[in-house]
Design a protein around this ligand. Structure first.
Ligand SMILES: NC(=O)c1ccc[n+]([C@@H]2O[C@H](COP(=O)([O-])OP(=O)(O)OC[C@H]3O[C@@H](n4cnc5c(N)ncnc54)[C@H](OP(=O)(O)O)[C@@H]3O)[C@@H](O)[C@H]2O)c1
Length: 258
């Protein structure tokens, strides 16, 4: 895996940061994006380069403008000689999800469209650009983050849940059409993971208590809990795995505890 390159969106914090660091530890070069946290991103690039002896660089990206992925990949081409892996991880929150994050009767087209753009369209354009580079080196692995909020009712999550279902379907289509190029495409679907995104839920404490109750492992997920599976899916050990969604939920979807 050494000297290969991962491109990942939204690696300044939460799940993206844990995934990027997992890959960096293996000697993989990291091209990652930030949106608002430029200083944090540049500090992380410096830290990972020094600690793991890899090349790491941060680039600005707004997933509400997915077409800008094209210029982003051109910039990455200047700095990195190959793209082996692409992980579509970034997610919007705050004002951008108004009308998309909330109860069903308050959903509005603008907020829903923003979540579609950030979740599905951003995956599509990022994966297209990554696939063009992967084809040149004989293949690669593409992953979209998803969430079990499309399987388990989660308060206010209809907009996100519906778009996570959509991106999982898009993953399957991409897998079917890119397999002959040696490119595998999968989704990793997490149960509730303790990150800023979840802490922004108005009912965070309630969600946390419910997760601890439902999970046979009696705890919330941590960002690191999704890092191992994404790394595995990029190794040769996973060379016959494509078009799948992997659920990493601490047992919460089945809800095995009373
Ligand atoms: N947390 C959960 O419970 C959970 C569970 C399952 C799946 N997931 C999925 O895992 C992924 C990561 O979630 P997370 O909880 O780690 O999120 P998070 O902590 O909120 O981090 C979001 C990341 O996305 C970036 N970002 C925010 N707005 C952006 C924009 N407009 N354009 C580009 N990048 C933007 C942020 O960059 P800046 O810091 O620079 O703003 C940050 O790096 C998401 O796809 C999410 O749906 C989360």
């Amino acid at each position: 895996m050494k000297n290969k390159t991962l491109v990942i969106s939204g690696a300044t914090r939460g799940i993206g940061k844990a995934i990027a660091e997992r890959f960096a530890k293996e000697g993989i070069n990291i091209a990652f994006t930030y949106n608002s946290n430029e200083e944090i991103a540049n500090n992380l690039a410096k830290e990972w380069s020094e600690k793991y002896g890899i090349k790491a660089k941060a680039y600005k990206l707004n997933i509400l403008e997915p077409e800008t992925y094209r210029d982003l990949f051109k910039e990455i081409d200047e700095d990195f000689d190959r793209v082996d892996f692409f992980i579509s991880n970034a997610i919007i929150s705050g004002r951008a999800v108004v009308g998309g994050f909330g109860p069903f009767m308050r959903l509005k087209p603008k907020g829903l469209c923003n979540i579609y753009t950030a979740t599905v369209s951003a995956f599509v354009v990022g994966a297209q650009e990554a696939a063009k580079r992967m084809e040149k080196i004989g293949g690669g692995s593409i992953i979209s983050l998803s969430s079990t909020g499309n399987l388990v009712y989660t308060t206010n999550y209809a907009g996100h849940g519906a778009n996570k279902a959509a991106v999982e379907t898009m993953v399957k289509y991409a897998a079917c059409e890119l397999g002959h190029k040696g490119i595998r495409v999968n989704a990793v679907s997490g149960g509730p993971i303790d990150t800023d995104a979840l802490k922004a839920f108005p009912n965070y404490e309630e969600v946390k208590a419910e997760v601890e109750k439902r999970s046979p492992l009696s705890r919330m997920g941590l960002p690191q809990d999704l890092a191992g599976i994404t790394y595995f899916l990029c190794t040769d050990e996973a060379s016959w795995i494509t078009g799948q969604t992997f659920i990493v939920d601490g047992g919460t979807t089945f809800g095995c505890k009373e």
